[in-house]
Design a protein around this ligand. Structure first.
Ligand code: CTP
Length: 436
């Protein structure tokens, strides 16, 4: 008996899928179809799959071609599948030509012609609104804001604005966008979602003008160091019925969600300490980012983990000759718990985040703001366990996907990860402790 295997997501089941399954079945006597699991798709950056795994399996089953359906759950699963199921031939569409040649050590590899003019991506884009996405910048770096939306169905990166016309033109040419504007009102007329990545001093004005025009906004954090202004902007977004999001992508990563629920779920007992260290060197942010931009990240994570009801916050700061902060420690006192944020501008320090509970601890090494895995060590257990969930790109796409879900009113499933209360609390810390 000749055994055949083929794989796919099979989202919004279409003629191309039917044809390839038919062709695959014709290659032998027994067809195994691997359907990608939901988390595997997200992990490999395929963000916009619409049908559930159960629906996708049902649709494959309904063709009558599959003798066995399995779920593809991780990268590297194909070779063990081929060995385990004693496969003779691996079939895949011609869009993958050459990509699976390495499997020919284990079985025959056949690329079959792809059905023209149809794909799940095409169907997804037909069935949804496309939002026009525009970038507000001071420089020619895009922070991957041009490439990341390509991985989320529903965005078209349309244009750029800069108050410097030369930068606007240069950016537009560099990233092959439709238009570059130096008139903000004109720019706003041509977008639905605005991403603001300028220096902090300009952010609040850009946010306010965009919200007033009914545009959704993603902006680097913090928006401003003035807590009154932050509150005003949050309220304006509510009044205008649009979303205003801090660009802190890791809050939207599956691993961060898991870490948060594990700590809140009492897995390590009551938390007694949280320590987060961040340096500009490791963070790799734009050269314009200052101490406060950097400090936002550990402050945000501490508030997310421990809440806003701390008793006191103090800070110690080492300054450069010109008075600017070079290195700082911010200490929070909660009920039976201490949190510290260590922030370094030009001095090299190790990153890392450690959450210590009475029954165990969680550790995220180095650049915890790009959280791909963490270690959990329980008291009296000899070894730690690792929890990981890879993400693609720089993670911005996960925030974009969450924003789209909010706009499409799937709000009870996906919500803003920094609430107005948390935001106000972080602002309060800036005001009390840091602001000169
Ligand atoms: N396929 C095909 N012809 C098409 C679309 C897909 O032969 N028009 C094949 C692919 O080559 C693959 C299988 O169907 O072997 C499953 O593909 P999948 O990635 O699920 O479908 P796409 O429509 O390509 O999905 P997307 O647009 O999300 O990439």
């Amino acid at each position: 008996m000749r055994r055949v295997i083929t794989y796919g997501t099979f989202d919004l089941f279409h003629k191309g899928h039917y044809n390839i399954l038919k062709r695959a079945k014709e290659e032998g006597d027994y067809l195994i179809v691997g359907v990608t699991g939901d988390s595997y798709d997200v992990e490999r950056g395929k963000m916009s799959v619409q049908d559930s795994l159960a629906t996708r399996i049902e649709n494959v089953k309904n063709t009558g071609f599959a003798d066995q359906i399995i779920v593809e759950e991780y990268l590297g699963q194909k070779i063990p599948d081929i060995i385990r199921y004693n496969v003779d031939v691996f079939v895949i569409g011609s869009d993958w030509k050459g990509k699976f040649d390495h499997l020919s050590k284990y079985c025959e590899v056949k690329y079959v012609e792809r059905t023209k003019n149809i794909s799940s991506t095409m169907l997804r884009e037909q069935s949804i609104n496309i939002y026009r996405f525009g970038i507000v910048t001071d420089d020619l770096d895009d922070n991957d804001a041009v490439s990341e939306p390509l991985h989320v169905s529903g965005f078209h990166v349309e244009c750029v604005y800069s108050d410097d016309a030369e930068i606007a033109d240069g950016f537009c040419n560099k990233f092959e966008l439709d238009s570059g504007y130096s008139d903000y009102a004109e720019f706003l007329d041509n977008v639905d979602i605005v991403y603001i990545k300028t220096t902090r001093e300009k952010r609040a004005d850009y946010i306010r003008a965009a919200l007033n025009e009914g545009k959704h906004v993603i902006c680097e954090a913090p928006f401003t160091l003035d807590s009154g202004e932050e509150k005003e902007l949050e309220e304006l977004s509510v009044e205008k019925g649009v979303f205003l999001l801090h660009n802190v992508s890791e809050l939207y990563f599956a691993t961060f969600g898991q870490l948060l629920w594990m700590t809140r779920g009492n897995l390590i007992g009551d938390i007694v300490s949280v320590k987060c260290s961040i340096s500009k060197e490791l963070f790799g942010v734009s050269p314009f980012a200052d101490f406060y931009d950097l400090a936002y990240y550990p402050l945000c994570v501490i508030v997310k983990l421990l809440g806003t009801e701390f008793h006191s916050v103090t800070s110690d700061i080492v300054r450069n000759e010109d008075g600017s902060p070079a290195y700082g420690l911010i200490k929070f006192l909660y009920n039976n718990c201490i949190a510290t944020a260590e922030i370094s501008m030009d001095i090299s320090i190790n990153g890392g985040m450690e959450i210590v509970g009475r029954n165990g601890s969680i550790y995220v090494p180095d650049d915890w703001w790009q959280i791909g895995y963490f270690r959990l060590k329980k008291l009296n257990e000899p070894r730690s366990k690792r929890y990981s969930f890879n993400f693609e790109g720089n993670g911005f796409r996960y925030l974009l996907q969450a924003l789209l879900a909010m706009i499409r009113d799937e709000g009870d499933i996906v919500t803003k990860r920094i609430t107005a209360e948390e935001s106000a609390s972080i602002q309060g810390i800036f005001r009390e402790v840091l602001h000169d």
